[in-house]
Design a protein around this ligand. Structure first.
Ligand SMILES: [Fe+2]
Ligand SMILES: [Fe+2]
Length: 307
């Protein structure tokens, strides 16, 4: 492995423009833009156009969401789940729009619709990515609440952070990408390096590009773009850095939850040395104390996506 390349990516010393341009030129991105991703239902397109208009009312948004009863009921299930920890039960889409805001509900509708895709290629792998993404959403939100970091779009960012992988499997050369995923299996944080060597871009750049092309507002595309580049996130600073680190830690924890049922001191010790833990000022003891809560959040969130 080319460690030089890895370090440059890691610390954000590379110019990301070539990777972004390569992602934009890729067949996967072109297809996603042209067909607006086959499974992207009309309700999502309408919501995205409505949410950016000032004149749009809550009632307008409610009507659009309720026109898709499956989506409406899943949104209600989601906002009433432990991930959102609302004091009172949310009983209607209108209530959800008022409580959480139009943008968050729209983001959630988009993420739900995109993660719900049933496509022919490499279905098992796509399912794995979706299960992983929903777990990361739940854990990231739990971590943000625990740390007093604004939770706004963090759940959706978790749901969408690996969207680029799903797009590659659906619209790219699924077999080649599947073997790349397999190769990176033991190295979850190295896949983007393999991808950049092979395609000139990675799933983070691709996901961010496609989200921007679909007019999903910042900071979601930026969080997705930076989720494997902690150095770059830190150099941007502010909420973006904290949220990226929360996303990174949630990502790492979810890989661990897949492997281990019980608290494993060696694994916690290893995670506690990561840049995300240092940046968020968390210790191994903090993580041990929250382990069961975080694990529960990952399982609760995964259940929301398995029907
Ligand atoms: Fe990723
Ligand atoms: Fe991930």
């Amino acid at each position: 492995m080319d460690l030089h390349l890895e370090e440059e990516l890691w610390f954000g010393e590379t110019d990301d423009a070539p990777a972004e341009a390569a992602a934009a030129r890729s067949l996967v991105a072109r297809t996603a833009r042209i067909v607006n991703l086959r499974p992207c239902p009309p309700v999502v397109t309408v919501l995205l156009s409505l949410v950016t208009r000032r004149a749009t009312s809550v009632a307008d948004m409610r009507r659009v969401i309720e026109a898709d009863p499956t989506l409406a009921s899943r949104i209600l299930r989601l906002v009433n789940s432990s991930a959102f920890a609302l004091r009172n039960r949310c009983t209607s889409i209108e209530h959800a729009l008022v409580l959480l805001g139009r943008q968050i509900i729209t983001d959630l509708c988009v993420a739900m619709a995109l993660l719900d895709v049933q496509a022919g290629h490499a279905e098992a792998l796509q399912r794995n990515v979706r299960m992983h993404s929903s777990a990361v959403g739940g854990v990231a939100r739990q971590l943000a609440m625990m740390l007093g970091i604004p939770t706004d779009e963090i759940f959706t960012a978790g749901l969408l952070h690996d969207l680029g992988k799903i797009l590659e499997l659906q619209l790219g050369e699924a077999e080649g990408y599947a073997s790349l995923l397999e190769r990176a299996n033991d190295w979850p944080d190295h896949l983007h390096i393999f991808e950049r060597k092979r395609h000139g871009y990675d799933h983070a750049a691709l996901g961010a590009h496609v989200l921007r092309a679909w007019k999903i507002p910042e900071p979601l595309p930026m969080l997705v773009a930076l989720h494997h580049q902690p150095g770059r996130a830190i150099s941007v600073g502010g909420d973006l850095a904290s949220k990226t680190m929360v996303l990174r830690l949630a990502d790492q924890l979810c890989y661990l939850f897949d492997e281990e049922d019980m608290i494993n001191e060696a694994s916690i010790e290893a995670i506690s040395r990561t840049e995300a833990m240092t940046f968020l000022d968390l210790s191994a003891a903090d993580l041990t104390a929250q382990w069961n809560h975080l694990r529960q959040a990952s399982q609760d969130s995964q259940r929301l996506f398995t029907r």
